[in-house]
Design a protein. Structure first.
Length: 694
């Protein structure tokens, strides 16, 4: 028996982007482990990816093309050949495109983060076709917008220095579940004497292991950041030299922050005055002593109406205290824009029809948009949908409306998938895609600074094909003859990063495939001496760009759409706030069908505070109905003080077909969008909960 180790990369939507060693024995992937030499991965994988072979060789893998033979949503298919599948797709797309190619829409997100399988051949195809653009907003665009207005780009603290911080604020995230390798370094910092503070409405696994947990109301993070600014300014816990040299708009910020005394902040956030002042003083005093203070903020807090502004407010804090002077200081939301990706070469926007810029459809409002008729304002009705790297029937907000849109008999839907997901059940043509162990790819990351190479470890199972190959084949059936549609995956990967950029000047694809990973060339403390990638080169407390975009140019508080304080009439009927953070054993909807992980997760649960449960006659283990005007779903209650009073928490995201009522939490979420970035408001939700009749 021959055995080899293949260098690979975890493709999933996680900041850690782990380097993998895949052990292959006689053509079979026998084991997947973390690369012990990769500084971020350090030989450790999460509970999900450590079972990657179980997912790849799953008995329910889609291995052959299929066409629908039942009603949409029933999930009834029969096997067909690739030729029949490709001919059907090309014929339908040609007919629709002849009238208006903007009636065709791609729908994808981060089912794989690889630049080849997500960002190359598919984009080339849809650009050449002249299809509608998809605004990929569903996860990170609100926080990204707020952060970029302030810092200039999605860049920040290097994870590899986190163990040297003396105070770490984990704000709106649960790294034990979704950023494990940062958590390992945070634990090292803790052992070295660092203090950890979690800011989160829910007492997550991470919050339980921090020295302090501040359980603010959902959607009030922006107010808390303003309160911290108030105390820092009022008590002169500032780095005046850093502010003078490397920031813009401090005097205007000062006036705004002084409008937010701790008493007002405490009332808004549902916490105590002592929590506000104590947090601010600890943050300012630690920095004043010349010790590194780090904020790891994640995307949970930006899934509310004012989410973009909240992230902007938090991003101002390190510059006020000079935290950027230290490699272990500052803030990290995402470092994805540290990578000089060559998107022009990957996506080929030059293929767009001359003088024609297609309309943009927001993926977060796909439910409403699929049900829209043609109009001068909207454009043509969506007639064809090609879904890859996503499961919108399960993950998009207001799921009942999304399912109605997908159920349209006149909508031609193609789905590229590994499994028969909730979305796949609505496909007209279902195509089998390869997993990460079966194709080539190249990766950046958003939680560390390594370029990564994924080598295929095994041959594609059945008749599955990489996304790149599927779109090559459709392009050929469409008659596209541009040379870029004949480039191999290796040829595309070699163009992925700009070697003229000093950050990736050493990039060489053939070498990267052998080594597996290579770090970008960046300073340890990126903004120790300013040089922010903003128009001014400074951290912009005052943003002229925001004013030009019709936004408040200063940090502000934007209350939720749905809360007891901001919408009391709605709260009379639906008095409980609800959030739906990730379950530890799932990653969005990936891994939900892996039996061992689903067994560990159990069944859909709702965490509920004892006071709220008692008021409704609900006890531990009861099945309950969670509902509002948009819809309902059922779950089993866990009565726990992990959920603060007035809040219920449904760890997510379950496939609908694995729930007893064939629904999930997104039945009650909203298609309303955030203040900036046009992102969804998944955690801006009011509901009522009632015990299910037996």
């Amino acid at each position: 028996m021959t055995s080899t180790i293949v260098r690979a990369v975890c493709p999933h939507d996680c900041p850690d982007t782990c380097a993998l060693h895949v052990t292959v024995k006689d053509g079979i992937a026998a084991d997947v482990k973390g690369d012990p030499e990769h500084p971020t991965t350090a030989g450790v994988l999460c509970t999900k990816v450590s079972r990657y072979t179980e997912r790849t060789y799953h008995k329910d893998r889609l291995l052959f093309p299929q066409k629908r033979v039942g009603k949409k949503g029933e999930g009834k298919f029969e096997r067909i050949s690739w030729d029949e599948a490709l001919d059907t797709i090309a014929s339908r797309l040609k007919t629709i495109a002849a009238k208006d190619p903007e009636a065709i829409l791609p729908y994808s997100y981060a089912g794989t983060m690889g630049l080849l399988q997500s960002d190359s051949m598919p984009h080339r195809f849809f650009n050449k076709l002249g299809a509608s653009f998809l605004d990929r907003t569903i996860c990170a665009s609100a926080g990204g917008a707020g952060y970029k207005y302030t810092i200039g780009a999605k860049v920040g603290t290097d994870t590899e220095h986190a163990q040297d911080a003396k105070l770490i604020l984990i704000w709106g995230g649960n790294p034990i579940a979704s950023n494990l390798h940062l958590w390992m370094r945070v634990q090292e910092a803790k052992r070295k004497g660092a203090r950890l503070i979690a800011i989160d409405p829910y007492r997550s696994l991470t919050a339980e292991k921090c020295h302090q947990h501040i359980a603010l109301l959902p959607g009030t993070d922006g107010a808390l950041a303003l309160g911290i600014m108030h105390v820092l300014i009022a008590e002169d816990l500032l780095d005046h030299d850093y502010i003078a040299q490397y920031t813009l708009g401090f005097e205007q910020l000062k006036q705004r922050a002084l409008e937010w005394p701790p008493e007002r902040v405490a009332e808004t956030c549902g916490i105590t005055v002592a929590e506000v002042t104590g947090l601010a003083r600890e943050y300012g005093a630690t920095a004043k002593r010349g010790e590194p203070v780090m904020i790891r903020t994640n995307y949970g807090l930006q899934r509310v109406r004012g989410g973009g502004m909240a992230v902007r407010n938090i991003a101002c804090l390190p510059a006020l205290v000079g935290a950027w002077r230290h490699a272990a200081g500052g803030v990290q939301l995402s470092v994805s824009e540290s990578f000089p990706k060559n998107l022009q070469a990957l996506q080929r926007p030059d293929l767009l029809p001359a003088g024609k810029y297609p309309r943009t459809i927001n993926m977060s409002t796909i439910g409403n948009d699929l049900l829209r008729e043609s109009s001068p304002e909207f454009g043509p009705q969506i007639q064809a949908l090609i879904v890859y790297n996503s499961n919108p029937v399960a993950v998009a907000p207001e799921s009942g409306v999304v399912a109605q849109g997908f159920a349209r008999e006149d909508l031609f839907t193609v789905v590229l998938e590994h499994f028969q997901t909730d979305t796949a059940d609505y496909a007209d043509i279902l195509l089998p895609a390869t997993t990460q162990l079966e194709h080539t790819d190249i990766h950046g990351a958003y939680g560390h600074l390594y370029m990564m190479a994924n080598n295929p470890a095994i041959a594609p199972l059945g008749e599955s094909k990489p996304n790149t190959e599927i779109f090559r084949l459709i392009a050929q059936r469409m008659g596209f003859t541009d040379p870029c549609f004949f480039e191999t995956d290796d040829e595309i990967a070699a163009q992925a990063f700009k070697t003229s950029d000093e950050r990736a000047v050493h990039f060489d694809w053939s070498s990267l495939k052998k080594t597996g990973w290579a770090k970008l060339k960046l300073p340890d403390a990126p903004f120790a001496h300013g040089n922010f990638p903003t128009p001014s080169g400074k951290c912009e407390f005052y943003s002229a760009r925001m004013q030009q975009d019709g936004l408040d140019p200063l940090p502000a508080y934007i209350p939720p759409y749905e809360s007891v304080a901001s919408n009391p009439s709605l709260a009379q009927r639906y008095p409980l706030a609800m959030i739906s953070p990730p379950a530890r054993n799932f990653l969005n909807t990936s891994f939900v069908n892996v039996q061992s992980l689903r067994d560990t997760e159990g069944e859909p649960h709702l965490d509920m505070h004892p006071v709220d449960a008692a008021a409704r006659g609900i006890a531990q283990g009861d099945q309950v109905r969670i509902f509002n005007d948009r819809g309902s779903f059922v779950a089993v209650v866990r009565v726990t003080e992990k959920a603060r009073a007035g809040l219920v928490v449904g760890l997510s995201i379950w496939w609908k077909k694995f729930a007893s009522d064939f629904k999930n939490v997104n039945e009650v979420t909203s298609q309303q969008l955030t203040d900036m970035g046009r992102a969804p408001t998944f955690y801006d939700v009011l509901v009522q909960v009632e015990k299910q009749a037996q």
